[in-house]
Design a protein around this ligand. Structure first.
Ligand SMILES: *Cc1c(COP(=O)(O)O)cnc(C)c1O
Length: 495
């Protein structure tokens, strides 16, 4: 049965999956949502015998219903290949009673690769299906990881260009080096004087600039998005939750139908929303545990029903979660408002006007699937150190936020259901913070010395993604003010 997509702020007009992927954001500024969440048409038992690529097909075919089997399988084949350093794509590692779902085995060693290695293929397939002649310009705001993963995905892809904006002082040294060394004539990287929310708002404004869109069209360009507001990012992220359950079942870690909990270190709410979709597709998930760092706007939201971004923006050691406007939450708000676009649009306009909104008691009741908590900087560091000392397993700062919140959840509720923790980045991407958490003696070492030391103590070879940037030349050194973003885009496109 066909699944169509409509805007969370729209008039009910519906588009096909390929059109939603091409547009990224709806014209009214809303996000595309499926008109229903399809239910898996394979049993968990059947799925447990499948490879990652096969599970990906079984999940994605249900959402991207206007793609042919051949088109979709072709996209999957090109995405999940040797770019990943393990055949299983997303391994599960058991440590101290929890299952860490390692989502960082792709080209840029963060979970963004899970979706961004396939998005370019979905995008060019969508363009072909819709007879688009324009060159597609991917405009992306990044808190550090999306940028590099999108650059790696789109570099050299014919018919596309990609522009990435990142907060100049808000990403890790390795994240920045990964981005500014990106090769490819169709890539462009710019640091902005501002934080992630500024970058994201700037990009959203450029998207909804009608005049600019007209100029672009005349010159043969059109924008799309590689951010998790694009449904083509969200759908591939559902896959690994289905896959994780299937693997637990295959390895007899859970009985068929046994309910598990899922913990997700959260920023823009994309990854955890994918887990929520997986649950609604029929994966036996109990609680969705939403873990925040000191930017705990989501924790406060789940506790009080008020979303309030009027607070100080904190720079933390988990920069990919330094976000006060969690874009994908809008998809959940729309749903708990009874798929009422008007009601949702009101709340979102209050968010952009007053910086906050409050949901009704009736809406709040529907959030029972979720549990929110947060980890302070000290707690995050302690979690890394303790896990390393107890079992030798080294996790990154984002994953540590999740592990810490998971401990709090168990203490608070006594719920010992089997639990999958989304491990969203390799510790090699945040080496300094990770090593500093393990022992302050490492503070004096240089970035790459630390990389080698981490490799030694964790007994893990240095990932390719890090080896590549050791000596790579810096090819992007653009910095701009938030107000200059539009002009920079025009300059790059020469329009
Ligand atoms: C992007 C990112 C997150 C946050 O994911 P969202 O989908 O934005 O909630 C967490 N950890 C890492 C390492 C990331 O790159």
């Amino acid at each position: 049965m066909e699944v169509l997509y409509s805007s969370t702020r729209g008039n009910g007009a519906r588009v096909k999956a390929s059109e939603a992927i091409l547009k990224g954001l709806a014209d009214d500024g809303g996000l595309f949502v499926p008109d229903r969440i399809p239910v898996l048409d394979r049993s968990l038992k059947e799925l447990s015998e499948m490879s990652y690529q096969e599970v990906a097909y079984e999940v994605m075919k249900l959402f991207l219903t206007d793609f042919t089997e051949e088109e979709l399988k072709n996209c999957i084949k090109r995405a999940y290949d040797e770019k990943f350093d393990t055949e299983v794509i997303a391994p599960l590692v058991e440590a101290k009673g929890a299952y860490y779902l390692e989502l960082f085995h792709g080209a840029t060693i963060a979970f963004k690769d899970m979706a961004l290695s396939i998005l370019p293929h979905l995008m060019i397939t969508s363009a072909r299906k819709n007879q688009i002649q324009n060159e597609i310009v991917i405009l992306t705001a990044t808190s550090g990881d999306t940028g590099k993963a999108a650059l790696a995905g789109f570099a050299g892809v014919e018919g596309t260009r990609i522009i990435v904006f990142y907060p100049k002082n808000g990403v890790s040294p390795i994240q920045e080096k990964q981005m500014v060394t990106q090769k490819g004539d169709n890539t462009f990287v710019v640091g902005i004087h501002g934080n992630f929310d500024d970058a994201q708002t700037g990009v959203k404004n450029i998207f909804s600039d009608k005049e600019l869109a007209k100029e672009m069209e005349e010159k043969g360009f059109q924008f799309s998005s590689a951010n998790s507001i694009n449904i083509g990012r969200l759908v591939p992220q559902i896959v690994y939750y289905v896959y994780a359950y299937a693997k637990l079942l295959k390895e007899e870690k859970v009985a068929d139908g046994e309910v598990i909990n899922v913990v997700v270190p959260t920023g823009n709410f994309g990854n955890i929303l994918a887990a929520f979709y997986a649950k609604n597709m029929g994966v036996p998930v109990g609680k969705l545990i939403c873990a925040s760092n000191d930017n705990k706007v989501l924790y406060d939201f789940f506790a009080t029903g008020t979303y309030d971004r009027n607070r100080e923006f904190m720079l933390t050691t988990s920069p990919s979660m330094d976000i006060l406007i969690s874009s994908n939450l809008e998809r959940l708000i729309y749903r708990i408002a009874g798929n009422d676009a008007q009601k949702n649009a009101q709340l979102m306009s209050s968010l952009s006007g007053q910086g906050k909104y409050e949901i009704t008691a009736e809406m709040k009741e529907q959030l029972n699937d979720f549990y929110g908590n947060y980890a302070s900087e000290a707690e995050t560091a302690q979690t890394i150190q303790k896990l390393y000392e107890d079992c030798g397993y080294v996790i990154d700062t984002h994953t540590a936020v999740a592990a810490c919140v998971y401990d709090k959840y168990v203490k608070e509720t006594g719920d010992h259901a089997k639990t999958v923790i989304a491990s969203t980045a390799s510790p090699f991407k945040f080496t300094r913070s990770v090593m500093d958490a393990i022992d302050h003696k490492y503070d004096a070492m240089g970035d790459f010395e630390l990389v080698d030391e981490l490799s030694k103590i964790a007994n893990v070879t240095v990932p390719n993604a890090i080896e590549e940037i050791r000596s790579a030349d810096i090819v992007h050194d653009n910095v701009c003010e938030v107000g200059e973003m539009k002009q920079i885009v025009k300059d790059f496109l020469k329009i």
